[in-house]
Design a protein around this ligand. Structure first.
Ligand SMILES: *Cc1c(COP(=O)(O)O)cnc(C)c1O
Length: 477
């Protein structure tokens, strides 16, 4: 399996060759040159598989340059019941992504039972093991530099903690994360994890990461890497749970299922799109946004109009507060018939801060063939959806999952099962739950007093030079 760039101007590479990098050299995102196909008979053969077997069946098609025995060992070490057992006490954690029945035809897919209580653990835990493996093989090391407003940074730290040849330098804004999120990250005592709290806002953290990445000499000398949401291995790992969920809600071949996906950077729902392209009978992919509705606007109007960070609202589903959906380019590549030149042209406009409109070219009319529909939700919608789920289904959900459930229900059709993806546990967003329900969500065992644990964090000004000095002092060379 070779990977090509969505902008069509980069040499083809193998899975391991693209694993540790970010963008392709032409600025595009990597995609497999064709999606592996699974026909109905193969799907029926896979129906009885557990999560690890399913993961191996799917990932061995994407990562065919990893020895099968090695890949199997990495998967078996990642997807353990123990690692994904932080959810509701009555869930069947042996399923890794248990399916919760809300009412007939309506399900919650529990993706947030991993160590940081958000769906990013589904892919990131695998990425940690893949990185360690690839670095060992190549005799290399890496210093991961990132900026986080919450979920990505903690998922990356919990995936990379204790891994050899990997150090993580994670910038976070001094204010803006919940106390629980801060405690999750800052309480890590692993020697290879460095938390840096910046006296500033998230955008300033991100600007520092950009400044460092643009310093090519520094980047090369200190082997700076990233684990952002455009990483292909993360998207590939997310494909697995769409298959797992489809088997869990269907009994025979060809049955259609709808998925509702709380979306920000379009990574999660892009994996659903890929599962569908691989032959999984997904009918609709329901893209749910919050008030930051750049994706909803596209799927309703055909106009993609990324916003500036000044136009990005701070909402009560903060992990979806995005102004540009980085993985969206992968879907557009498929939409334009894999024409890299066309994608490059569209993204030249995006990079100039402009929008593009796919109506005149007739491309927008093709979007329906890919099953996408969308909707958005507001703070008031989240509060009422959290209440509804609690009263009607005795299930506490977080604000992001509420965005998905709200929009999912708007697109529900009788006779087609609807699976809503749970992207975080309510314990992560206590204050919003208190607002909606007047009570705190239960915390998973062992995390009751996480805020009281000793914290390991460096406070710094929003100054790229100072951050570079810190990285240089703590990176091995
Ligand atoms: C990251 C995240 C999302 C958005 O996922 P994308 O892949 O960026 O679309 C939604 N909900 C939660 C809780 C998240 O952490």
């Amino acid at each position: 399996m070779k990977y090509l760039s969505t902008r069509g101007q980069a040499p083809k590479q193998s899975f391991l060759q693209i694993l540790l990098g970010g963008l392709a050299p032409d600025g595009g995102l990597y995609l497999p040159e064709r999606y592996p196909q699974f026909i109905a008979a193969e799907l029926e053969f896979m129906r009885g598989m557990d999560y690890r077997q399913l993961a191996f069946t799917l990932l061995s098609r994407f990562a065919d340059d990893i020895e099968p025995d090695d890949l199997k060992a990495l998967i078996d070490k990642t997807y353990t019941t123990e690692a994904y057992s932080h959810g509701r006490p009555d869930s069947d954690f042996s399923q890794i992504t248990p399916l919760r029945h809300l009412e007939d035809g309506l399900y919650l897919l529990e993706l947030s039972n991993g160590p940081t209580l958000a769906f990013k653990d589904m892919a990131m835990q695998l990425l940690g093991n893949l990185f360690e493996y690839a670095l060992d093989q190549a005799g290399r090391d890496i210093n991961i530099l990132g900026a986080t407003s919450g979920d990505t940074g903690s998922a990356a730290e919990y995936a990379m903690r204790g891994k050899h040849n990997v150090r993580v330098f994670m910038l976070s804004p001094e204010h803006g994360m919940t106390r629980f999120q801060q405690a999750q990250m800052y309480s890590l005592q692993d020697a290879n994890i460095f938390n840096i709290a910046i006296r500033g806002v998230f955008d300033e953290c991100q600007d520092i990461v950009k400044a460092v990445s643009n310093d090519l000499e520094f980047k090369a000398k200190y082997r700076i890497g990233a684990v952002n949401s455009i990483n292909w291995a993360r998207v590939a790992a997310q494909v697995i749970y769409y298959f797992k969920a489809w088997f869990a809600v269907t009994t025979s071949e060809g049955q259609p299922v709808d998925f509702a996906v709380p979306s920000g950077n379009f990574g999660n729902v892009c994996a659903g799109h890929i599962a569908r392209m691989m032959g999984l009978p997904i009918r609709k992919l329901i893209v749910a946004t919050n008030e930051n509705d750049v994706l909803d606007e596209f799927f309703r109007t055909g106009v993609y109009r990324p916003r500036s960070s000044a136009e990005t609202l701070h909402t009560s589903s903060p992990s979806m507060d995005i102004s540009k959906a980085s993985n969206f380019e992968r879907f557009i590549f498929d939409l334009v018939g894999c024409d890299g030149g066309r994608v490059a042209e569209l993204w030249r406009a995006v990079d100039r801060g402009e929008s593009f409109d796919l109506n005149a070219s007739g491309l927008f009319a093709k979007v329906v063939e890919f099953g996408f529909v969308s909707g958005s939700s507001s703070h008031a919608d989240r509060v009422s959806t959290i209440r509804m789920a609690w009263e009607k289904y005795a299930t506490m959900i977080d604000t992001h999952t509420a965005d998905g459930l709200k929009v999912g229900l708007e697109h529900r059709e009788a006779g087609v099962p609807l699976v809503c993806l749970e992207t975080a546990l309510p314990a992560k967003f206590e204050d919003s739950l208190v607002e909606a329900l007047g009570r705190k969500p239960e915390r998973p065992a062992g995390l009751e007093n996480i805020e009281a644990l000793p914290q390991r964090v460096e406070m710094m000004d929003a100054d790229a030079v100072a951050v570079m000095a810190f990285v240089a002092a703590h990176a091995n060379d």
